[in-house]
Design a protein around this ligand. Sequence first.
Ligand code: ZN
Length: 68
Amino acid sequence: MFYVKQTINDSLEIRVEVHDDNVFTTCPDCGVEVCVDISELFSDGESDLYGTALFCAECSKSRLEEIL
Ligand SMILES: [Zn+2]
């Protein structure tokens, strides 16, 4: 089990288990929240927490249509 831990103050600490359905990022184009399965994302061995951006479905579609 992996979890995220954040100390709020001297008497409060929050721990949240990391699962494939509770990790999110925001689309760099429109800012919409995107749920991401980080085990799948990082399975390529090249993605990282700071240099990887994920576009939402709509922005991904628009970007793909611009290329084609
Ligand atoms: Zn978007």
